[in-house]
Design a protein around this ligand. Structure first.
Ligand code: ADP
Length: 400
């Protein structure tokens, strides 16, 4: 059937629409007033009977080609459980009005089809029918009720489309996470073996030239960098899958930070690490994960600042808030306000570092996840070209 008009049959107001629309279609086809009324009455009778029983009926009016002629057709679908009998006056009466009337059960519900054969003199052909279709698609609402109904339908359509878009983008995201997870697992095994062989080669008792040792050290350094990247990818997929797990223990903040700074002094020998620790306290942390946080924040402080500049690590005990606050200040390139607003987002990297510095843009995303999972907070203060300070807090193990 070439559908021209569709009306959902929910209440008495739809009865008015069903009647007016079927009159209008018959009128636009050029049928006589008597035929228009007969068709519209048959449609209204069925619509009324359906509305009396249910509110999920649907009326479609359209045309159907029958050899060289066209039929004017009205189809009404409604709930499978409702069965009309001739005791339903509207159902009985409508059968008398149209030449062809059929009730049958389909997959989606009961279906009543009413048909009237149209005279050839109307000269219907595809172009004319298409015009009729588009005229009805653009037809203004008959009354305020239809206006609201149409708006409601449009809103529903938009909502459904948006839901579908969201579902699709979630699917793509899931595929991406799955890929990252598989790729990082596959990369980790050969990386671990490569690193182990490098260590073995470095530790060999056989005589080795300075040059060869230098090359091995370079392989070792680069494989460490690769391992960090692979580990970051693994962490991303763990975060996405909700599998980041923590092994908590009570640790003295100052001792912990002191050890981390000692390690970073080896890794970044050309920076000057300055500490300014306040009163010490115990915190409940996953040490390995917090080591990762410090390695990322101190590593970034070194990476985005010049050699021979200072990196200051301070702590202050905020007793009233029940937290210890750690800050890491560098004298580096700093960040624009736009960058500071996005740095904790996954895969975000400032435009001006894309070419000059390597990285995946996930370190701070993982860091902030670890801190918030410890019930802490993390933020940054920075000025473009004027250094940055990263702050984070961790709740105290016991209230002081
Ligand atoms: P990566 O360093 O691998 O790019 P991160 O998630 O650690 O990823 O950092 C995200 C971005 O934040 C960096 O690309 C950089 O633009 C900016 N950034 C992080 N730390 C600093 C810092 N100390 N100084 C200036 N910019 C920084």
């Amino acid at each position: 059937m070439i559908k021209i008009v569709s009306i959902s049959l929910e209440n008495e107001m739809d009865l008015v629409l069903a009647h007016k629309r079927s009159m209008k279609v018959a009128e636009r086809l050029g049928l006589t007033i008597a035929t228009q009324t007969t068709f519209a009455t048959a449609v209204s009778e069925i619509a009324r009977t359906v509305i009396e029983h249910t509110d999920d009926g649907l009326l479609d009016i359209g045309l159907e080609q029958n050899k060289t002629r066209y039929n004017l057709v009205a189809k009404v679908t409604f709930n499978k459980d409702i069965l009309f009998t001739n005791a339903d006056a509207g159902f009985y009466y409508a059968q008398k009005l149209v030449p062809e009337f059929e009730l049958k059960e389909t997959e989606t519900g009961n279906l009543i089809t009413m048909k009237m054969s149209l005279p050839r003199s109307l000269k219907l052909e595809p172009v004319k029918i298409n015009l009729l279709k588009s005229d009805f698609a653009e037809e203004l609402p008959i009354n305020a009720y239809e206006d609201i109904k149409q708006r409601h339908a449009t809103l529903n359509k938009i909502a459904t489309e948006q839901e579908e878009e969201l579902r699709q983008s979630k699917l793509v995201d899931e595929k991406k996470t799955e890929f990252i997870s598989i790729a990082s697992h596959e990369l980790k095994t050969p990386m671990t073996i490569l690193k182990a062989y490098t260590q073995m080669a470095k530790a060999t008792a056989e005589p080795m030239s300075e040059h060869l040792l230098g090359l091995l050290n370079k392989i070792d350094l680069q494989s460490n960098k690769l391992m960090t990247l692979v580990q970051q990818l693994l962490d991303i997929s763990k975060i996405e899958n909700g599998n980041l797990q923590y092994n908590m223990s009570a640790v003295s903040v100052n001792t912990f930070l002191h050890d981390q700074v000692a390690v970073m002094r080896h890794i970044l020998p050309y920076h000057k690490f300055v500490t300014n620790f306040g009163e010490d306290a115990d915190v409940l942390i996953d040490e390995l994960r917090l080591e990762q946080v410090l390695a990322n924040l101190l590593g970034n402080a070194g990476k985005y600042s010049d050699k021979y500049t200072d990196i200051l690590i301070s702590t202050s005990l905020l007793i009233d808030k029940g937290v210890i606050m750690v800050s890491i200040t560098d004298q580096g390139r700093g960040m624009t306000a736009e960058t500071t607003a996005s740095i904790f987002n996954k895969f975000y990297r400032a435009k001006d570092v894309l070419k000059s510095h390597t990285g995946l843009g996930v370190g701070l995303f993982i860091t902030s996840k670890i801190i918030t999972d410890h019930q802490g907070e993390i933020w940054v203060e920075s000025a473009d070209g004027n250094g940055s300070t990263f702050y984070f807090t961790i709740p105290l193990a016991t209230k002081i």
